[in-house]
Each structure stands twice: as C-alpha cells, then as structure tokens.
Write a protein that binds this ligand. Sequence first.
Ligand code: ADP
Ligand code: MG
Length: 455
Amino acid sequence: MTQDRTPLNIWNSVLGELELQINKPNYRTWFEKTRGLRFDGDCFVVGVPSAFVAEYLNQNQRSLIENVLSRILHKDVKAQFQVDGGEPTCPWASRTTSDSGPVQQGRLPLFNARYTFDSFVAGPCNQLARAAAIGVAQSPGQTSYNPLVIYGGHGLGKTHLLHAMGHVALKQNYEVLYVSAEQFCNELITALRERKSEEFRSKYRSLDMLLVDDIQFFSGKEQTGENFYHTFNDLHNANHQIVMTSDRPPRSIPNIPERLRSRLEGGLVTSLDLPDIETRMDILRAKAEREGVEVSQDILEKIASEIQENIRALEGSLNRVVAYAKLVRAMLTPELVVKALKDIDGTETLTPQLTAGMIIEAVVNTFHLTPTDLRSRKRDEATSLARQVAVYIIRQETEFSLAEIGNVLGGRSPATITHAYQKMSQDVNNSPQLRRKVFEIYEKLGCMKKLPPPQ
Ligand code: ADP
Ligand code: MG
C-alpha cells in the first residue's frame, strides 16, 4: 500500500518509469541527482540539486512527473521541486530565506512558473517598467514607487511582470497576493452577500504586497471601485505595497472614483510599449531556446518583421510556424514562414491541426493552472472555468468526439462535455472578459485572427 512507502522509495519507482520515457542525456542531466523528500497525501516534494534544475523541471517536466506520480499513487498528486542543499542561482533569492522554498507553494500555483524576471526579455519598450518592478519586488513598500502602475496594450507582458514580482517577493517570505480586478470584484460580491466583508477586508489588509491585474475592469463598477479604494488606503497607510496593471493609463480609465484615480497617479505610472524589431527577435530567440527548437536567424527575423501586434501573438506565430513546418514536413524557410502566417488569415486551406494537448497547454497557461488540475475533480471557480474553456476550444478546433474530449479531461461523461460546450458557446458571446480570455488562448496557439479582437 502507498501509505507504507517512504517518499524516497515512491520517487525511486517514479524514476524507474521516467528512465524508460526520457532519453538518457536528459535523464542524466535533470533527474539523476533528485530524490523524494516529502509527501503529504496531495503534494509530493522532490529534492533537486539546484534552483536551475527546480526551475527546469517545474517548467518542462511537471505534467509528466505528476502523471507518473498520480499513476503510481492512484490519485491526483502535485509535484513541487525544492533545492536540496544547492547554491541559489537566482540573483534575488537572498535576504531572509535560503532558496530552499518550493518553487510553488500550497495546492495551487500562486504564480505562473514561466513568468519570471529571468524569462522577461528586456528592451527599450519595457526598460522602466521592468526596472521598477524589480526594485519594488525586492523591497515592497520601501521605494517611492507606491503604488506602481504598469499600463500597456494586451499581450505586452503586464501579467508576466506581476507574476515575476510575486516570485521574487515570495522567495523573501513576503506575504504577497496576485488577484485580477475581476476576481477582486467577484470576491467582494460574495463577501457582501455572505456578510463577510470584515473577513474580506482583513485578508487584503494583512498583505505586504498586493498585485492587481487589469484594473480597467473597475470602470463603471462603482461599489467595487469604492471598496478597492479603501483596500488601497489600508495598505498604503501601512506602507504596504500595491502594484496594479491596466490596459490604459489611469487618467484614461473612464468611470472610476476620482479619489481612486488620484491615488493611482500618486506613485509611479509606467508603460509597456510595443517592442521594436530587435526586442521581438530576442523574445523569439529566447522562446525557441526554451522550447528546444532550432530556428535560424533569418527565420526569426522574418517572423519578427511580420508580426508586430503584441508579444503573445509573436509567440503564437512561432508555435504556428513550427507546427506548420512539421505538418508539411518541410524545412523552415522564410517562404514557409510567410505561407504559415498567411494561413492565419484563412487564405490558405492547409492548417496545422491543433491537438487537444496543445489546447490544454495553452488553457492551463492562461489560467495559471496545470494539466493535472484540469483532469482532477476540483470544482473551484477557476478550475471549472478553465475546463469548460478547454472543452469549448477542443470541440471547435479538433475532430475529437465528446467521449474523447471527456477522456483527455480526466474521464468526464459526454453529457458533461455537451453541457460545458453549450454553456461556453453562450457565455463567450455574452461576456467580454471571457471572450478576451478565449482570444488570448487562440493567440497563444498562433490563431490570432480567428476571433474578433477583444474590446
Ligand atoms: P498582458 O498581461 O499584458 O496581456 P502577458 O503578460 O500575458 O500580457 O504576456 C503575453 C505573453 O507574452 C506571455 O506568454 C508572456 O510570457 C510573453 N511576454 C510578454 N512580455 C515579454 C518579455 N518582455 N519577454 C518575454 N516574454 C514576454
Ligand atoms: Mg494580462
């Protein structure tokens, strides 16, 4: 029985399976010096030799590891990676803690493991915002950048920066919370309905740093705007840090309380701009490297010069081009890039088939979840919504039957899938927020012209 097994020997079984599934050099590099440290019934902590290995496994092998663990332990298990006596490799992992904290804490990932300062490519378009974000994350509440407001169009890295700040602050043991303005609003409504506004207030008041994404959402929502103003004041008066993002500068957000607006403008307001061609190429190069695909300089240049809208679209296009090349089994050439990207407009008939796996990957990345979450029985709001969105896109984009969709999503019945699909088909039309999310996912998949742009 699993109860009798120590983390050490559970992990040895996992290693046995992984060794069969992964090629030898990779296995040696990433797994050889790992060991099982702890298992609390839900979460399995793997000891690794360095922060670098932790980061790599977390970003690239987590779903594989969780699959094997879950199979061996006959239940859904999450994996965490913890440095087992290694040297910190992250320049910010200092101050009050060693780097031995898990890369993710608790049951849900607090911050998307991919969104770090290391993976955020610097360029003239983001210089000030990036520098301010690093400074603030290292010393929340102690700089003159309080609040810090970062604004910029969609797909330019706002969420990425907030998560990167979260990682840094968390490593230093600060109490930090990331919340979208929409989530804040929903929580507030629930708290008011259940007469728990005091609890709501104290949850936010106790933070060292609050990261609020997409505050343009407060526009026209008077009660939420007012409440947010109070939360803001509580934190600000105690010298705690607030960081916010918005798709436009505070002065251009219509219908928010004037006193909130003037508070927003009282710290540092900085922008993320469209990247220039060099930065676009750097971003593509970094992504290709991370994904282990070899793409030549002239191809990167071609993609970077074709796609100028935003960074998410840029990344999606690289996915697209690589998938296209695989589909037509052709060498990547600049001509092929043009063809693959033209196809996005629907002007060509040959479309690389999106797979359920690709879609699930893009969905969980957007919702900051893991594939295991989608397959699990979890029914919290975020997981349920992400699952329904996955159903919707898989049904739209693949030939999968209802039963097959049910299978890839953890063995759900065709009736459940039908229900989710019907619900989403309506909701996508009725909710601009949801349409924006779905649009984001299509962008990640390199199909950015399939939906009308979000408003
Ligand atoms: P926003 O929140 O502004 O809509 P995101 O933060 O979601 O945008 O970024 C969109 C995508 O682009 C993400 O995959 C993110 O990792 C990537 N990205 C944005 N800016 C950069 C950057 N400077 N370097 C590397 N990747 C970036
Ligand atoms: Mg965002």
